[in-house]
Design a protein around this ligand. Structure first.
Ligand SMILES: Cc1cc2nc3c(=O)[nH]c(=O)nc-3n(C[C@H](O)[C@H](O)[C@H](O)COP(=O)(O)O)c2cc1C
Length: 330
């Protein structure tokens, strides 16, 4: 196998330094993590560009009569934070997604939280700290409007970096797996997140080294929600059948992670003795039932069998997630 040659950062030939890292998103990162990894990479780039723009802002500050300290510090932050943020938080998340390493995830969350705190301090902008944040910029409007306008640009950029870092840290990633029959009930274009179906499983796997989608999905997810769980899939899951992407993910599910299911079917199907047996079987596997409710069903019948209200489902997911993260931390 050809040895991978380091390609990052891409340095021009006349610089006597060699790239220190190998970076190839498509080759290294499993498809379900690709967009998240790229978004974090773009955030790292935005952070670096902001530090460069901050240097220009501090130059304008200097020209407008401010001290040289800010300019000197701005230069230091640029050459220090650009490689440090790459090594300290982008590389860990790249490695975490590449190798599914919980240590790298932990390292990322630790250093990325520090990055968020630094971005907030930069956006605030204490004069003398080498950053054009809000306090430094607004207070300079009274001294030199031209310099203050230039300083406003990095200030806005620091704020954007802080907001995006906060969103990245608090974001839940959702992926939807659909059955072929379920496709009759919605428009795929209305699904705002990644949507996988049976064809993806088979299109992704051509050779031995290719990703196996149902295994990658079960590794990636911290929680699985099956909503609605119809009578057909309920029967399959209870007896271990796995003949599509959804039932394969469920069959391969690591039972130390939560799996929640929301039964939904016609009242007579619900009242069939098989249903209670199969629901009990799923509960015996450790899966959590979000019970169906009594209401007028789409078919016109009135009675038990309607899927729980979305609000009930969201509340239950939040409750189970917080319990589970508590168990993992302890
Ligand atoms: C309009 C319509 C609505 C349906 N609603 C339900 C339902 O709410 N619950 C259910 O168990 N089956 C329902 N079915 C039957 C399922 O679609 C059928 O069992 C299908 O094979 C399920 O496939 P899947 O489990 O692979 O998604 C419905 C069928 C149709 C045509």
């Amino acid at each position: 196998m050809a040895e991978k040659v380091n390609n990052f950062p891409p340095l021009p030939k006349f610089i006597p330094l060699k790239p220190c890292f190998y970076q190839d998103f498509e080759a290294d990162i499993p498809p379900q993590h690709l967009s998240m990894t790229k978004r974090l990479y773009y955030l790292w780039m935005l952070n670096s560009i902001t530090l460069a723009v901050n240097l220009v802002g501090c130059l304008a500050w200097l020209i407008g009569g401010g001290g040289a300290t800010n300019f000197g510090l701005a230069f230091l932050w640029l050459i220090l934070f650009t490689p440090c943020s790459y090594v300290c938080w982008f590389r860990p998340i790249y490695k975490a997604f590449k190798t599914d390493s919980s240590f790298s995830f932990m390292a990322f969350f630790f250093t990325f939280t520090a990055q968020l705190v630094i971005s907030i301090i930069q956006a605030v902008g204490i004069p003398g700290w080498g950053v054009c944040g809000w306090i430094a910029t607004i207070s300079y409007f009274g001294t030199n409007i031209g310099s203050a306008v230039v300083m406003l640009i990095p200030t806005i950029m620091f704020t954007v970096v802080a907001v995006f870092s906060f969103i990245a840290l608090s974001m839940l990633e959702v992926t939807v797996v659909t059955t072929e029959r379920a496709k009759h009930f919605y428009n795929p274009q209305d699904i705002p997140v990644t949507l996988y179906s049976d064809s993806d499983e088979w299109e992704m796997w051509k050779h031995r080294s290719d990703p196996v989608l149902h295994i990658d999905l079960r590794r990636w997810a911290d929680l699985m929600l099956v909503a609605p769980l119809d009578a057909n899939t309920l029967g399959k899951v209870a007896s271990g059948i796995c003949d599509n992407l959804l039932t394969c993910v469920i069959r391969a599910w690591d039972r130390s992670k939560p799996l929640l299911f929301c039964p939904a079917m016609n009242t007579v199907m619900w009242e069939h003795p098989l249903t209670a047996q199969q629901v009990d079987q799923l509960k015996a596997f450790g899966y959590v039932e979000i019970p169906c409710v009594d209401k007028k069903l789409v078919c016109g019948d009135q009675g038990l069998g309607a899927m729980a209200e979305v609000e009930t489902i969201v509340d239950k997911v939040k409750e189970v997630l917080s319990q589970h993260s508590g168990v993992q931390q302890s």
